[in-house]
Design a protein around this ligand. Sequence first.
Ligand code: AQP
Length: 333
Amino acid sequence: MENTEKKQVVFSAIQPSGTITLGNYLGAVRNWVTMQEEYNCIYALADLHTITVRQNPAQMRRNILDAYASIMACGIDVEKSIFFIQSHVHTHAEIAWILNCYTQFGELGRMTQFKDKSAKHADNINAGLFTYPVLMAGDILLYQADKVPVGADQKQHIELTCDVARRFNGLYGDVFKIPEGFIPQNGARVMSLQNPLNKMSKSDENVNGCVHLLDPPEVIMRKFKRAVTDSDACVRYAEGKDGVNNLMTIYGAVTGKSFEQIEAEFAGKGYGDFKAAVGEAVVEELRPIRERYEQLIKDKAYLEECYRKADETALKISSRTLGKVMKKVGFIR
Ligand code: AQP
């Protein structure tokens, strides 16, 4: 018990905005699993974030449960880690409002994800999409997290979290721990298989661009076979070879092989062999996850028991920080 208290805190979250992708897994969730041994880990399904883009309510309910089971299937151990549902813990919405008042309009306007998502959803550029990073800052700061395992696309949001926390601490004393992003060496930015200049995303409309954790083996193989490459016909990592670079990144992240080793392995071979090897490696990596998911999703009562327990613990921990924040700001408690 004494040891546990000394462990650093890890916090991270994922949106249930669709089926979890290979990008989410390699960029973030795989680290969530390994970090459980060394840290006190707190993970969330960020369903409040998800409504920044319009959702179908029935589909969203299914996505939340599916995402919960999928993440558990990746290896999140609810006996070791807290894995809760964000909207069940009211402190998140509350701290987000307060931190909104300590975040500048100009800071939020510089966020590249806001620019990208506003371009993608030009008919619904809502205030929530704009203040998304403030809710994310609140998520992290509520738990006094030391480390935040995320993909490279979230780096800017983590920096903003630190800026807001420093600003708040500058005014009121040391209220928040300043967190640090934890971005993997390999797999931090997995790109679409169809358009390797765009990142692989759950909500990608081109189904062939994105590998989902729960895709059956034949679908995974088909997606890799159709992956965009180039006319160079040589497996090597180089500028301008975005499709091949992406496949090498995925293969390296899954097998642990360096780019040099991959180049040597496929020297003299064509893209057909290479794509099949990447597909097979991914199929084997994802097979146990899909099998475990199939078991978990059948047992809704167990899933509910897991998240209810985690929701309660998350509320207890986060209420401490929120209480302190409210007192410092000047609310009557
Ligand atoms: N392509 C990616 N490569 C590596 N890491 C990625 N992440 C997302 N895409 C990639 C990381 O996955 C974690 C969870 O992401 P999220 O669900 O919170 O939000 P997102 O980054 O907006 O993910 P998506 O898949 O692109 O969702 P949609 O389509 O809804 O926007 C984060 O740590 C993220 O860095």
